[in-house]
Design a protein. Sequence first.
Length: 428
Amino acid sequence: MSDKASINLDGTSYDLPVIVGTENEKAVDISKLRDQSGFITLDPGYKNTGATKSAITFLDGEKGILRYRGYPIEQLAEKSTFLEVAYLLIYGELPKKEVLEKFRADIKKQMMIHEDMKNFFAGFPSKSHPMGQLSCLVGALSAFYPESLNPNLTDEEEDQTIINLLAKMPTIVSWIQKKSLGHPVVYPKNNLGYIDNFLNMLFGEVNDEKTFDPVVIDAMHKLLILHADHEQNCSTSTVRIVGSSNANLYASVASGINALWGPLHGGANQAVIEMLEAIKNDGGDAEKYLAKAKDKNDPFRLMGFGHRVYKNFDPRAKIIKKACDDILEKLGVQDPVLDIAKKLEEAALNDQYFIDRKLYPNVDFYSGIIYRALGFKADMFTVLFALGRLPGWIAQWKEMRENKEPIGRPRQVYVGHTERDYVEFANR
């Protein structure tokens, strides 16, 4: 294959370099096109634009492939833990035993958050959305750790900032839930692991440490691992472009949280439960809503089926379906909403309309069901997504800094008024 691509503009031919990734993904490097020709490219939504070269996550939507640092997601979800995957994403390799033990110990030491952060909760309106609180609290960490503001962090200082954020995020998330319920917060405990600590802070009580079934703990590991990174999506690109201005890690991740908050990005699992609630309130007839989904003239949309990137199947959905089945069987939850979910799943998996269009249940469908079964409020679902995505955001921010990428500054094609004179009030 040629290492150049030619483009003809206004009768002049320009040769542009062709970049080929390790998985044979091909790209035309247009970084010098404007200087050479005066032309820019227009690609709304960046659907065909690569903003960076990254070694973190590989995704092939046509073949249903997702790999972190070269490792298939199926293997990581089955054999690894969330913190091990976090280390892999951030530092590039699976940690040896002693390295992972130190990583876990360093995180455990930093899980407490400053007592003054309780004042933020006192100031939030009682009905404020958990994602708004999360964005505020993560951004505020930079005030408690001002050394993070230095754009020229040493490797040791950068590592400490990374440890701080990984450690404090589950505490912040659990306190958001506790405060929303009007319950006293539960502090992290030195005798518990990362996921056990997180679940205890969410569902335990101040003087009553709660233990959790291994099936629940395993499902939480899998959920967080499956959400840990997903290439250059909206929130990840936001973290990178904000970080490119030399913004600190806390500010960059807070910006990613805000992007994830959008219902077109991180709110899909919440939308699944809201859809199921609506079906229940309308009599619980799953077949009726399957018919509505197939009707081109009906505005109803079946949430949690199909995927913008994965055209055949979502590899994460296969993994989390089993965890979902295990959770429902182990907990024996009696919930009409979850009964409707199972009916929709069974019907869609066997209905030729959905099979032909490859509209299979995706990771959002199953994660929403699991979170519902565990007792989370629907408005906490995206917060849990953010906790899972945290290692990916950190890894992408770190890679962007290491590559010394320039500040992100997209161009535009201006379509407004040409120059015109100011009009006095009397003449308007």
